[in-house]
Design a protein around this ligand. Structure first.
Ligand code: FMN
Length: 227
């Protein structure tokens, strides 16, 4: 499978979240060879969308001349888009959001009803794409935290999406936390294998991956320097 990893962390390889993403990809590789290309979004020249909509009217050409044209070609040439990013203010980091906005040329201005919502009619064929979101965050709680990012991802990619959210992610970069992060990464690896083999991950495993690794109060106390 051709996998395009969109690393939305400005910390590049040092990203807490990328520990989770690498474990997931290792699990996928266990199921069979995968063709993985990782893009550090922070290093790409991606101008902000100006909202002129010219791309949606003239067959998909954006007014900007930056790295986005080549990235869109790579998107269309992939089987799986893996968005790996830290939760920033309950959403995705700005550079990755700029990338998402700039996928507009793939759609035309025309809209159609899809169930109880509307969506734009595509002007490129991306029907083969699958979408995966892996999101880490700094707070110990999953609820009242990930929901906006999860909803944005589901609405942006209604077709074939899978979502992993993991709280307390800074622990993945703390060697002294290996006793709890190791087993969590093993679960993530298992999820990767399952995804590669079946195209989905069972709900119980996703739920387990999304729970705090240590009790919330203990995590908060460590962060606050009290333990
Ligand atoms: C600007 C900014 C906003 C953040 N907003 C949130 C947030 O809304 N919820 C949360 O739990 N953590 C938040 N965090 C913490 C990060 O999600 C956390 O540090 C994460 O582990 C960083 O992952 P990375 O190393 O992959 O970039 C924020 C961090 C930054 C720098």
């Amino acid at each position: 499978m051709k996998i395009l990893v969109l690393n939305g962390s400005p910390k590049r390889d040092a990203s807490d979240t990328m520990h989770i993403t690498r474990a997931f990809l290792a699990g996928m590789q266990d199921a069979g060879p995968q063709d993985v290309h990782t893009v550090d979004i922070i290093d790409r020249h991606i101008e902000y969308c100006t909202g002129c909509f010219s791309c949606m009217h003239n067959g998909g050409t954006c007014i900007h001349r930056d790295d986005m044209g080549a990235l869109l070609e790579e998107v269309l040439d992939s089987d799986l888009l893996l968005f790996s990013f830290p939760l920033y203010c309950y959403g995705m980091p700005a550079p990755l959001k700029a990338f998402l906005d700039r996928t507009l040329p793939l759609s035309s201005m025309a809209m159609r009803k899809a169930g109880d919502r509307y969506e734009h009619v595509e002007q490129a064929d991306f029907s083969h794409l699958r979408y995966l979101m892996i999101c880490g965050c700094g707070f110990p709680n999953s609820r009242k935290n990930f929901e906006p990012a999860v909803m944005q991802f589901k609405l942006s990619f209604p077709g074939d999406h899978t979502i992993l959210t993991i709280p307390e992610s800074p622990m993945f970069n703390a060697p002294e936390a290996a006793v709890v992060t190791g087993p969590r990464l093993e679960l993530v690896e298992r999820a990767g294998t399952q995804y590669a083999l079946t195209g989905s991950i069972d709900e119980a495993l996703l739920e387990e991956i999304g729970t705090p690794m240590i009790p919330e109060e203990q995590y908060a106390a460590i962060v606050n320097g009290g333990a």
